[in-house]
Design a protein around this ligand. Sequence first.
Ligand code: ATP
Length: 319
Amino acid sequence: MKRIAVLTSGGDAPGMNAAVRAVVRYGIYHGIQVYGVKRGFKGLMEGDLHEMTISSVGDIIHRGGTILRSARCPEFIEEEGQLKAINVLEVFKIDGLVIIGGDGSFMGAKALSDKGFPAIGVPGTIDNDLAYTDFTIGFDTALNTALDAISKLRDTTSSHERVTLIEVMGRNCGDIALYSGLAGGAEAILIPEVKYDIDEICKKLISSNNRGKTQSIILVAEGVGTAAEIGDIIHEKTGLETRSTTLGHIQRGGSPTAKDRLLASQMGAMAVKILMEGKSSRVVGIRKNEIFDMEIHEALDMKNEFDTEMYELAQILSI
Ligand code: ATP
């Protein structure tokens, strides 16, 4: 393994920079030349690759976003685009590629591996929606951003005696809503994995209100619907004053937490290590606090196991 490349793809996530830094420095430390690809698969197809140095990844471990930029590239889903990318990799004499991104980007990694090009996936997405790994890079920072918003919104919710609905990201995965809802003491958490009964929620809000509770927070995962619409229904059914806030892209930015920086550093290094061992078609993950790697097809075939215990605990603690 003489020369490798690294790219970031799909939605950006805090900690991607720390992962790029780890790939570049771990590679250079082991005598490997490392190229950075700009704008994900788009830049790869266009040949937008540049050699990285130790200093080109200096002063980025604490920065959100990605210095390599990210892009969505529909052309890469087609075989023609993938062959074009492999051609570029061969022209640049790249022996292996590290792809930092979410499930879509991993499909790209799988496509390259299936065509014989060594590719390794590193999970970088705030959604935490990859079943094979307990955590993805960026999730913890997004979770803390949501938690900070919950605390701030709780202050004003309390002053005005309202019900505040907070919509968070996660696509079809409810983890940001569940974890931040439990940590923020939300009265209800609506996530795609569990069917909810709006009348039960309204009943709970009315009885809390009758008990003298002056404010309630409801977390809404984007995969369930919009906080505004659900807030309107709750207002109609209970007469309680509701307000909704959609956190949006604020969740994708910010300086990565210690947990995300550590995860990114360990996973980035592991990706290079397994390429050096001659492995291909693999993804890096963390399970029970251990960094590991597994076959990419197997990883992508796994179904998300919902954390029922954590959900039930949130229900119990919000009585
Ligand atoms: P996030 O979950 O944060 O949105 P993601 O990696 O899932 O990140 P996507 O937009 O789904 O983001 O995918 C990123 C890119 O991966 C796509 O723009 C495309 O270039 C590539 N990709 C997606 N699906 C496939 C596929 N089936 N085959 C090959 N490449 C794919």
